[in-house]
Design a protein around this ligand. Structure first.
Ligand code: MRU
Length: 365
C-alpha cells in the first residue's frame, strides 16, 4: 500500500541485504518511523513489544528473525535457539508457530554454509505468499461487499464495522479484513468503515484509521461499546474482522471484544464475517474457548494511555485511581455458531469443520 505516494510493505530486507526493516507501529499514527532489526533478539523484541503485530506479520517477522540468526550463526544449535526465542514472544497468533515450522522444515536439511541464504529466501517466500493470499481474500470479500451494495440499492455507502487492525499493517500487504474494503473502494463501491478504537492498545484508532485515511477510505472511529447501538439502528450492513487463530471447527480467536461484536451482530441479524489466510487455521485445535492460549499483557497497557497533546507532544497519562488493579486479556474466542462465514484465499466457507475442509482438504487431513 502507499504512504505519501510511496509503495510500502510492512517488512523488507534493507539495502545491505542482511538487516531487516519494519514500520514501527508503536509510533503510529503520529509518526511514521522505519526501524531496523539487526539480530534475532531485536526481531523477538519487535514482536513482543508490538513494533510489529497482527498474526500474518508476526509470522513474517519471525521468519526474518530466523534469517538474522542464521546470518550470525548457521549451526543447528542456533536454529533451535531461534525457534525457541521467537516462539516465546507471543502465545496466541498461530502464524508464529506456522512460520517457525516452515523455516525449520526448509533449513534443517540445508548445509550450514548455505543456511543464511536459504533462510532469507524462505522468509521472502513467506512474505510473497502472504501478499498473494491477502489479495485473494480481498477478491473474495469484495464479492460480498458488492452483493451488499447491489442488494440494498440505497444511495448510502455500505457500512462495515471492523475491530482492531486487520489491515495491511497487520500483514505484509493488503490486510485480511481490510483487503475486501480496499478492493471495494478501488472498484468504486461506496464504503464507510466503523473502526472500533480497540482498547487498550487502540489498534483501531491508531492503525486502522491511519491506514484507511492514507488510502482515502471514509471511516469513523467509535469507542468499543458503540457497535451494538449502531447495529440496532441499521447503521451496520456487515462486520468483517480478522483472526489470530481459527480452529479446525471454525471458532475464531481475535482481539479482545470481538466476541461481544459477534453477539450484537447475531442479535441484530447483521452478517459477521471473519477474513483469514490459511496459515491462521490451527488444525490441531477443535474447541477454541478451551484450547487456545489467551495472551495476558502488562496491566500498564490498561492503566495508561499514550497520545499527542494539543501542544504536539507525545505524552503518556495514568487513567486509574492509585491502588486500583487492572487486567489485560488480549484476545477472546467467538464460537463458530456466531460467524456467518470465513473469507479465505480459496473462497468463502461456513465456519465449520466441513466448511474449512471443503476449501482446504489437504490441510484438514
Ligand atoms: O495484538 P495484535 O494487534 O497483534 O492483534 C491483532 C488482531 O487481533 C487483529 O484483529 C487481527 O485480526 C488479527 S491479524 C490480521
Amino acid at each position: 500500500m502507499r504512504v505519501d505516494g510511496k509503495a510500502y510493505r510492512t517488512i523488507w530486507v534493507a539495502a545491505d541485504g542482511r538487516t531487516v526493516e519494519i514500520i514501527d507501529q508503536t509510533r503510529l499514527p503520529h509518526e511514521f518511523v522505519i526501524a531496523r532489526l539487526t539480530t534475532l533478539q531485536e526481531a523477538a523484541t519487535a514482536i513482543r513489544d508490538m513494533w510489529v503485530r497482527g498474526a500474518p506479520l508476526i509470522g513474517a517477522t519471525a521468519a526474518y528473525g530466523v534469517a538474522l540468526a542464521m546470518a550470525a550463526d548457521p549451526s543447528d544449535r542456533s536454529l533451535a535457539e531461534a525457534y525457541d526465542v521467537l516462539f516465546a514472544t507471543r502465545p496466541t497468533a498461530v502464524n508464529l508457530r506456522w512460520a517457525l515450522d516452515e523455516m525449520s522444515a526448509v533449513l534443517a536439511p540445508v548445509a550450514e554454509a548455505e543456511r543464511a541464504a536459504a533462510a532469507y529466501a524462505a522468509a521472502a517466500r513467506i512474505c510473497d505468499q502472504d501478499v498473494a493470499i491477502c489479495s485473494a481474500i480481498g477478491d473474495h470479500g469484495l464479492a460480498l461487499i458488492r452483493d451488499a451494495w447491489e442488494t440494498r440499492r440505497k444511495p448510502k455507502p455500505v457500512n462495515i464495522l471492523t475491530h482492531c487492525n486487520a489491515g495491511w499493517l497487520a500483514t505484509v500487504d493488503w490486510g485480511t479484513a481490510l483487503a475486501p474494503i480496499y478492493k471495494a473502494h478501488d472498484a468504486g463501491i461506496p464504503v464507510h468503515v466503523w473502526a472500533d478504537e480497540t482498547r487498550p492498545r487502540n489498534q483501531g484508532a491508531s492503525l486502522t484509521a491511519w491506514e484507511l485515511g492514507r488510502h482515502g477510505v471514509p471511516h469513523t472511529v467509535v469507542v468499543d461499546n458503540v457497535g451494538g447501538h449502531l447495529m440496532q439502528h441499521g447503521l451496520v450492513d456487515l462486520c468483517i474482522v480478522g483472526t489470530d487463530r481459527t480452529t479446525a471447527t471454525g471458532d475464531v480467536c481475535n482481539k479482545i471484544g470481538t466476541y461481544l461484536k459477534a453477539l450484537a451482530a447475531h442479535d441484530n441479524g447483521v452478517p459477521f464475517y471473519v477474513a483469514l489466510p490459511s496459515p491462521t487455521v490451527d488444525w490441531t485445535v477443535a474447541d477454541g474457548v478451551a484450547e487456545i492460549p489467551i495472551e495476558q499483557r502488562d496491566p500498564r497497557e490498561v492503566s495508561h494511555m499514550t497520545g499527542r497533546t494539543d501542544a504536539g507532544a507525545i505524552a503518556t497519562v495514568d487513567l486509574l485511581p492509585a491502588g486500583s488493579e487492572a487486567a489485560n486479556y488480549a484476545f477472546d474466542v467467538t464460537p463458530a455458531r456466531l460467524v456467518t462465514g470465513l473469507i479465505t484465499e480459496k473462497g468463502v466457507c461456513a465456519a465449520s469443520r466441513e466448511g474449512l475442509a471443503g476449501l482446504f482438504p489437504d490441510l484438514a487431513a
